[in-house]
Design a protein around this ligand. Structure first.
Ligand SMILES: Cc1cc2nc3c(=O)[nH]c(=O)nc-3n(C[C@H](O)[C@H](O)[C@H](O)COP(=O)(O)OP(=O)(O)OC[C@H]3O[C@@H](n4cnc5c(N)ncnc54)[C@H](O)[C@@H]3O)c2cc1C
Length: 394
């Protein structure tokens, strides 16, 4: 048997999430996408189903499950809708994970119960107008004044950061200069509603219309000194660890999208008739669909192998971290680039209908592109993978 085949429990859990997505998301998704509507009640329901709390310990309201289960949930939600898939991915990976991994006991008790039940969401603000792939170029500052962090700066493209149920955003900021002259970067929790913290109007995006994404500004925004996440100066290391998990989760989201493309193409290739028969009988179409199956199997194996390495590692940065980092980048790169190709193939199989919003493949095509960008672009993954095999690449 394959060393990282999913267990019977994982497959049972997959059916539960699939059923939920079919009933609660699929019937409404086209309308929500058109209206750019963020369905807060569905987020609550995902929380009630236990999806946000999958990896959190029971003492904080979670179920103490494994990372693989989270990937299964993201794949199945993402198969029906990528926006709600990334809402779940970011809720856990960027909202809960930093607090769970690096927060004080008091921070965990304060924030996690609301987040793991899906009553609240949290964002992670790393990217700035001048700092994306080069995240160390953070300009946002946090100065310690009379027992408070005074934050000034801006973040951009931050998921789950301005919804009606967002309770906090964790932001990275310069808190000083290290002995080697480089900026000291720390992570700080900023509760929603703090004066000086503004989630600006949501972006008008190519895809992921249902997900919540905002630019953020901080103007003399004061939070208590105790809102520092983990140790001062550890913000850069913290977000690198958070992003490793996030890359595998994004790969799972991509697997869901490839599966959706295959499902839709198989149906359509059997129905659509040209030149005396269904298009699925023409090699030109059938071979493209065969390629979807290959991409699906490859992406799924790489993704769940990376998840298995993560589960074996235990805590972030535990033994096997180098293997996990490489596995995460490989899975993210292959799965997301395959997903973009898969949506192009699916749109092509649907012909002119594939360009019309009445068929879901048009939405898949719009939603796919960002997978190659968020949580580390394809170029950044290639850079990390090249370093992983020993090349001294910059
Ligand atoms: C919808 C959406 C949601 C997001 N959600 C979040 C979030 O919740 N939190 C958050 O912090 N960020 C979030 N991001 C930001 C995302 O992580 C960044 O957009 C991404 O890391 C790329 O950064 P950038 O946009 O600044 O591009 P840049 O870093 O400016 O890159 C521009 C181009 O140059 C390439 N490039 C850059 N440096 C190199 C290099 N050294 N070698 C080779 N090529 C290079 C890139 O690959 C890219 O093609 C989100 C983005 C989007 C679009």
């Amino acid at each position: 048997m394959c060393a990282f085949a999913l267990s019977a429990e994982h497959e049972d859990f997959r059916r539960v999430v699939r059923d939920f997505a079919a009933k609660e998301i699929a019937p409404h998704v086209a309308r929500w996408d058109r209206d750019c509507h963020f369905p807060v009640d569905v987020v609550h329901h995902m929380g009630e189903l236990g999806l946000m709390g999958l990896t959190a310990p029971e003492e904080y309201g979670g179920s103490g499950g494994d990372f693989t289960s989270l990937c299964v949930a993201i794949e199945e939600i993402g198969r029906i809708d990528q926006s709600l898939g990334v809402t779940l991915e970011a809720a856990v990976g960027l909202g809960i994970n930093p607090i769970l991994s690096f927060g004080s006991e008091e921070q965990k008790q304060t924030w996690l119960p609301g987040l793991v039940t899906g009553r609240h969401l949290a964002g992670f603000g790393l990217t700035e107008p001048g700092a994306g792939s080069d995240a160390a170029a953070t300009r946002t500052r946090a100065d310690l004044v009379d027992g408070e962090w005074v934050i000034n700066g801006a973040k951009q493209f931050i998921t789950n950061s301005g919804s009606a149920i967002t309770s906090l955003v964790t932001v990275t900021a310069r808190t000083g200069t290290r002995a080697d002259g480089k900026p000291e970067i720390s992570a700080i929790i900023v509760p929603a509603g703090t004066p000086g913290f503004v989630a600006e109007p949501a972006y008008d995006k190519l895809g992921w219309h249902i997900s919540d994404t905002h630019p953020l500004t901080f103007t003399d925004c004061r939070v208590p000194e105790a809102n520092l996440l983990g140790e001062r100066g550890q913000g850069y290391a913290q977000f690198l660890a958070v992003l490793d998990d996030g890359r595998v989760a994004i790969a799972a989201l991509a697997v869901g999208l490839i599966q959706a493309c295959l499902d839709e193409c198989l149906k359509y290739a059997g129905e659509r008739q040209t030149m005396g028969g269904p298009i699925g009988r023409k090699q030109g179409v059938a071979f493209q669909i065969a390629d979807l199956e290959v991409m699906l199997q490859g992406a799924r194996l790489l993704t769940y192998r990376a998840a298995a390495v993560r589960d074996a590692m235990g805590t972030p940065g535990g033994p096997g971290v180098a293997e996990f980092k490489q596995a995460a980048s490989v899975a993210k790169l292959y799965a997301t680039e395959s997903a973009v190709t898969a949506t192009r193939i699916a749109t092509q199989v649907f012909g002119g209908y594939g360009f019309m919003e009445e068929y879901p493949v048009a939405r898949y095509y719009r939603d796919a592109k960002v997978l190659e960008i968020g949580e580390g672009t394809s170029e950044v993954q290639r850079m990390l993978i090249a370093r992983g095999v020993g090349l001294p690449v910059e």
